[in-house]
Design a protein around this ligand. Structure first.
Ligand code: AOF
Ligand code: ZN
Length: 353
């Protein structure tokens, strides 16, 4: 391993502490001229400061003795050059007077990408492509979603040990633990939209709001999306009162890509919908899996056997093991496996291509 690769590996590790979705996972390490790390930063997720600024802010707070004009900034992603929810990292790097930047993957987006050449034009010594492959793999599905011009898709599977979502008589509350459900509500709070099938709305009458343990609404609420053609019943809880009855829409299609593209331009929090949580039911889930539109899975496995009950995912067109989509542990958010009450929550992503 070269010196550059060693520091990039540390930045990759830091990146994994973040939350991927609207934004990618990004890590940054500031190193002095003796090769010692001065500060480590990471991006916590959309709306939070970027990894580069995080590292620079930590250096300013914890190591004011270090002269930044003698340092090198390692970052897993090319520093951004645009004003989004956050100001451009390129500006912060130039303002801090950091003379060298080493980055891993390129930023594939049209607006934020191109920061490396801006830095080089301003006289910064830029090295690109160090550990480029692992840096790209860390966000491979995020990159794909950007290329396809659609929101990032997280899927939630709350199921029994044998992959079922209800008993034979339809009873399903609650299969998973309170801790698992609370985790889901925290995810609901930070995504832009939650999507379920029109059949699920008719059968389960879900509220699809983000709530705390006592049932109070959390500060941020997702747009609620019903996919499919079945009419939403007049008495559905989705329609009722304020704020319960606000912020929902129906996309009358069975094509998941079409549904996502429509959502991309649906207004939410002053911007488009860029991160969608798909919660079910089994038909909607199979449509998303069959179309390879699942970027991330949180699978909650409760230690209960339901045997005869319906399974969480319906047919996906797989007739032989060799055709079955495989998933790999997703290191984001503190690791791929978490105990939640008596449940095991597994965080997965499709195998990188
Ligand atoms: C970086 N460092 O840590 C991240 C970057 O809405 P914003 O302002 O947060 O910008 C999001 C875009 O910036 C995102 O789509 C991606 O292109 C880039 N993410 N860039 O320099 C970071 N998270
Ligand atoms: Zn940035």
């Amino acid at each position: 391993m070269t010196e550059h690769e060693k520091h990039m590996a540390a930045a990759l590790q830091a990146a994994e502490r973040g939350v991927r979705g609207v934004n990618p996972l990004v890590g940054a390490v500031l190193v002095d001229d003796s090769g010692a790390a001065v500060a480590v930063g990471h991006h916590r997720g959309a709306g939070h400061r970027h990894a580069e600024r995080d590292a620079l802010a930590r250096a300013a707070a914890e190591r004011p003795d270090v002269d930044l004009s003698t340092t090198t900034l390692y970052c897993t992603l090319e520093p951004c050059r645009h004003h989004g929810r956050q100001p451009p990292c390129v500006e912060a790097i130039l303002a801090a007077g950091v003379p060298r930047v080493v980055h891993g993957a390129a930023d594939p987006t049209a607006d934020a990408g191109g920061g490396a050449s801006e830095l080089a034009a301003a006289g910064v010594d830029v090295v690109s492509g160090v550990l480029a492959e692992p840096c790209r793999r860390l966000n491979h599905r995020w990159n794909l979603a950007q290329q396809q011009g659609r929101p990032f898709v997280t899927v939630h599977l709350a199921q029994s040990l044998d992959g079922r979502i209800a008993a034979a008589d339809g009873t399903s509350q609650w299969i998973t633990s309170a801790a698992s459900r609370s985790h889901t509500h925290r995810i609901r709070e930070r995504i832009d939209a939650i999507l379920v099938g029109s059949r699920t709305v008719a059968v389960d009458d879900p509220r699809l709001t983000a709530r705390d343990e006592s049932g109070e609404l959390l500060a941020e609420q997702p747009l609620r999306v019903v996919m499919g053609r079945r009419p939403v019943p007049e008495e559905a809880r989705l329609r009722r009162g304020r704020p319960e009855g606000e912020g929902w829409l129906q996309v009358p299609t069975h094509d998941p890509l079409e549904a996502l593209r429509r959502l991309d331009s649906a207004p939410h929090s002053g911007r488009g919908v860029r991160h969608v949580l798909v919660e079910g039911g089994s038909r909607v889930l199979s449509a998303f899996f069959a179309a390879d539109l699942v970027d991330e899975i949180f699978a909650y496995h409760a230690p209960v056997l339901l045997g005869e009950g319906p399974s969480s995912v319906g047919p996906i067109g797989v007739s032989s093991l060799s055709e079955a989509p495989r998933f790999v542990p997703d290191p984001a958010e503190g690791g791929p496996v978490t105990l939640m009450g008596d449940d095991v929550c597994v965080h997965l992503a499709p195998e990188p291509s």
